[in-house]
Design a protein around this ligand. Structure first.
Ligand code: GLP
Length: 631
């Protein structure tokens, strides 16, 4: 197998990887390359053949290409072939890739319509095979693809080539993996609405392109990116087939690259600068892989696992073990708001003031409950002044039948609001299958989520007067993937912070896909905080980051770990359960663990198990937090 690495630290990488400051930087680089290709081809009277991808990942790239067109770049000599399309949905469906491509790119540029090729998802099964063969022929007739753009799914799929796809596979009908369908559930307002099949170019079709660039952003992709780049080339992870391509590169943002060996286990690929965090990581990793508690590691364990260097600098094992054990011990606290009248020199949070103002920012209503429902309950029961700020209404996430349920009830109740409910029902009924929600429907859906949030907050002991519904304009005016945050959003957030002057802020979203609601909210928080530097309260405010849904912070990054008793886990699950519109509309009893509250419980239990396995106390469940000090 070929290795492409250019330095010692990249020795495990089998595909060239370029890491950019952020998704914008990577997209700009690729857009510039595409523009150069189009111009070079135009200059010699040829056509540029592009292979295009959908999903959140290339949205920035398409925005840049639209801009370049506005500034004079012509697409008249461009021919495009899209990777894939869902089977069985109309082109007008909001999630159809044909519609996506029109909205994101084609409707805004001068590409001749006959040059656009997207697999036809509307064909009946018996016609699909011939259509796919024809698609391959059309690519060939165009002279093959000059540059293929790819995203990657969490199963390792490229296009819709799910695990099992062979390197030789060609354009065909495929069955979608359950993880892929779960990832698409939000867009389709429920997993049961996600099509089961799709048409996709094959891995072989992709590999035949003259150049391939795969884009990936956000921590959720880090694991699969590392496997594709460093793991064996296998049909079990279709993106790994790209290792055999002579001109392929991965363009990543820092979070998507974080699981590559050079970042995750730097001691395996050369000398490292042993920062306290890296030291903690190495010891935790060693203990985990040997399945030993930290205090039972011996010098030989370190020596046999590339860590002799660490021992030389900070050993022997006995001393190092105790140091790390104590660090882990000091992350644990039952007092997330600080323990009054206690020595706080080894506690994550300071004791004073005993009663703190705690501002909990939740991008969409359930986020904070999923990750820190136990801590919400703790903070209130320990006497802190908790304010729950719901940044976005979450109205985009309410399925129509759920709204109808509420409106039927209100209409039947009669009284003053019945007229509004009837108007809402009428608009719902007139709404075409694939229409976007009207303003009224969005507003009514916001009310559904407000009610759920009130109920969930109450379960955690938070009175409804402690809830701020910020309804940030970027969300209210936007759609998934197309959010355009602006000045109004920053101002709303800055005002909220300044008015409350918190001692603690709980926030999330930093490492997510940059187009997600959570990531947009986090960048707004960063901006709002930077405008408030100098305010007296800021110097006395600690910011705690809670992990995104379905995950916990890796143990070496945890600064505060709050154990939950079995009954507190019950309170938390009850709170999550009260977000009724977010429950699966079609739960699969055969696959437990797919509902949000089950995932939250599993995540918190497995953190508790990890602490226990390292030799610390055995708890029922643990919620984790990282301290963040903005630059
Ligand atoms: C989708 C598409 C892929 C895309 C991937 C990742 O299902 N079929 O082409 O690369 O999944 O999507 P996203 O960019 O939204 O993370």
């Amino acid at each position: 197998m070929t290795s492409h690495y250019r330095s010692e630290s990249e020795q495990f990488e089998k595909v060239p990887v370029r890491i950019f400051e952020d998704a914008d930087g990577a997209s700009r680089e690729l857009a510039t390359e595409i523009a150069a290709l189009i111009r070079a081809k135009a200059a010699c009277g040829e056509r540029a053949v592009l292979g295009l991808a959908t999903g959140s990942t290339p949205v920035r790239l398409y925005r840049l290409l639209r801009q370049m067109h506005a500034e004079g770049l012509s697409f008249a000599n461009v021919v495009t072939f899209n990777l894939d399309e869902y089977h069985g949905i109309a082109p007008s469906h909001p999630e159809s890739y044909r519609r996506f491509m029109g909205e994101q790119l084609f409707d805004h540029i001068d590409i001749p319509p006959e040059n656009i090729h997207i697999p036809d998802g509307t064909l009946e099964r018996s016609l699909v095979f011939a259509h796919c063969a024809q698609y391959e022929k059309a690519i060939e007739a165009a002279g093959g693809i000059d540059l293929q753009i790819l995203g990657i799914g969490r199963t390792g799929h490229i296009g819709f080539n799910e695990p099992g796809s062979a390197a030789e596979s060609r354009t065909r009908l495929v069955t979608l993996d359950s993880l892929t369908r779960r990832d698409a559930a939000r867009d389709f307002l429920g997993e049961s609405n996600v099509p089961r099949h799709a048409l996709t170019m094959g891995v072989g079709t992709i590999l035949a392109a003259r150049r391939v660039v795969l884009l990936a952003w956000g921590g959720a992709k880090a694991g699969v990116v590392a496997s594709a780049v460093e793991g064996p080339q296998t049909a079990a992870l279709p993106a790994s087939h790209l290792q055999s391509h002579a001109n392929c590169a991965f363009y990543l943002d820092p979070t998507a690259s974080s699981a590559l060996t050079r970042f995750s286990y730097p001691w395996r690929v050369g000398r490292v600068d042993w920062t306290p965090q890296l030291r903690r990581k190495a010891v935790i990793h060693l203990a985990g892989s040997l399945q030993k508690p930290v205090l039972r590691l011996v010098d030989e364990d370190y020596g046999a696992h590339h860590l002799a260097d660490l021992l030389t600098a900070q050993g022997p094992a006995y001393n190092l073990n105790i140091k790390i054990f104590n660090e882990l011990q000091h992350t644990l606290t039952g007092w997330p708001g600080g323990k009054p009248n206690a020595d706080d020199s080894n506690r994550p949070e300071r004791a004073e003031p005993a009663q703190k103002r705690c501002l909990v920012l939740t991008p969409e209503p359930p986020d904070a409950f999923n990750a820190m429902g136990g801590v919400l309950h703790r903070l209130t029961s320990q006497g802190h002044e908790v304010r729950l700020a719901v940044l976005c209404s979450g109205n985009l996430g309410v399925p129509d039948p759920i709204l109808k349920l509420h409106l039927d009830f209100a209409a039947e109740m009669g009284g003053a609001s019945a007229a509004e409910a009837i108007a809402g029902l009428d608009e719902l009924q007139r709404k075409g299958e694939f229409d976007l929600d009207t303003l009224r429907i969005r507003r009514l859906k916001s009310l559904v989520r407000r009610g759920e949030t009130r109920a969930a907050a109450l379960a955690c002991g938070i009175d409804e007067r402690r809830i701020s519904n910020c309804e940030l304009p970027f969300y209210e005016k936007g759609r998934y993937r197309q959010f355009q945050p602006g000045e109004e959003d920053v101002e709303t957030l800055a005002r909220l912070l300044a008015d409350f002057a918190p001692h603690q802020i709980y926030a999330t979203g930093g490492a997510l896909d940059p187009s997600s609601v959570g990531a947009v909210c986090f960048s707004l928080l960063r901006e709002a905080l930077s405008r408030l530097t100098g305010s007296a309260w800021i110097d006395d405010c600690r910011i705690w980051l809670y992990p995104p849904a379905e995950s916990a912070w890796p143990l070496h990054e945890v600064d505060m770990a709050v154990p939950l008793s079995p009954s507190e886990v019950g309170v938390k699950l009850d709170a999550i359960y009260r977000h009724a519109s977010q429950r699966s509309q079609n739960p699969a009893p055969s696959a437990p663990g797919t509902e949000v509250w089950q995932t939250a419980q599993n995540t918190n239990r497995s953190t508790a198990h990890d602490y226990d396995a390292l030799g610390l106390a055995e708890y029922e469940a643990i919620e984790t937090f990282k301290r963040w000090i903005p630059a």
